[in-house]
Write a protein that binds this ligand. Sequence first.
Ligand SMILES: [Fe+2]
Ligand SMILES: [Fe+2]
Length: 374
Amino acid sequence: MAKTLIFGGAFDPPHIEHVAMCRAAMKELDIDRLVIVPTYLPPHKSAGMLSVETRAKLIAAAFEDMRPVVDFIERERGGNNYSALVLPILKEKYGDIIYLVGGDSLQHLSTWYKPEEVLKICPIAVCGREGYEDVKETAQRAQSEYGGRIIPLEYMGRDVSSSMLRARLLLGEEPDTLPKAVLDIIENEGLFEQYFPMIEKLREYQTDELFEHSKAVVKRAVDFNSKHDLKQPFEKVFLAALLHDNAKQRPALDGLSVPKDAVGTPVLHQFLGAEKARRDFGVTDDDILDAIRYHTTAKADMTGLEKLIYTADSLSDDRMYAPIPELRRLAIEDFEAGFKATLKFTYDKLLSRGKGIYPLTVEAYEYYIIQGKK
Ligand SMILES: [Fe+2]
Ligand SMILES: [Fe+2]
């Protein structure tokens, strides 16, 4: 009987690791037909940046030699697209199916909607990824907990992040982790170009070095957000990080409202940055503006986005001096610990310089370090 591999995901955009993983699964499991199911408002992620139709076009190009069927079942259903609900319909449609997932996704099996139901419907094939725990062990554990059949693949995937790809495309880079055919469509159709005018404007306000720093902060923030599953909306992370230093090299107050005690100090640019992001870049989202507004001083009781931008700015990859690389490694391991260690390091450094510490930073130190709050 013909065997069909079901592979679902946002594919926003599809990348070389999706393709490699599928190719390996088809070979190892002797699959006859590949069905790709692009998510429609996935339950664990925010909506994709590209429409499902555009993603389908990119999928067809990326997987071309495997002649995939792109199934729009999720769009047809509109919502409630949990595997436990969608797979029975796909089984009806395609017969003997195997459901392919990444190893990290299997590690979160307990958070799926009715995982034991999923495993009653069809076997799950799972692909390991470098940097994650042993996929065979994970598979074994999940199988003994939920029953059914979980097949670990021999193929070991590389860690490629779709959100990092999006960030790089939006910054005008050409990531080498995209299939050529996908990159061609992206270029021909002008996808991911929505922020180019904003970036061009920002470049006028920044030296090359500061612009490089801004890009590095975008990437660091996007990386923390996806690695630690911080669930901050991608576009807010992107814009707050990109624009956080938009006023750093243009300190004119222009009658904008900033705290009087910040004028003439290095922290002015965060307050002015929020106001100028609104005035010059049309940003109206308060979450983004506040993340810019407190990116240097921090403050007590920060939002997730504020913490993320503060930490990514302090630990961006363009900062090579001690002890930043160690703090960065810590934050890559454990975001909360990295954030606190960064705040403590900054506070101690300011204290040793004896030039006074901005009140918001003192309050942040009290809140997070002395009182140990989250
Ligand atoms: Fe800054
Ligand atoms: Fe910065």
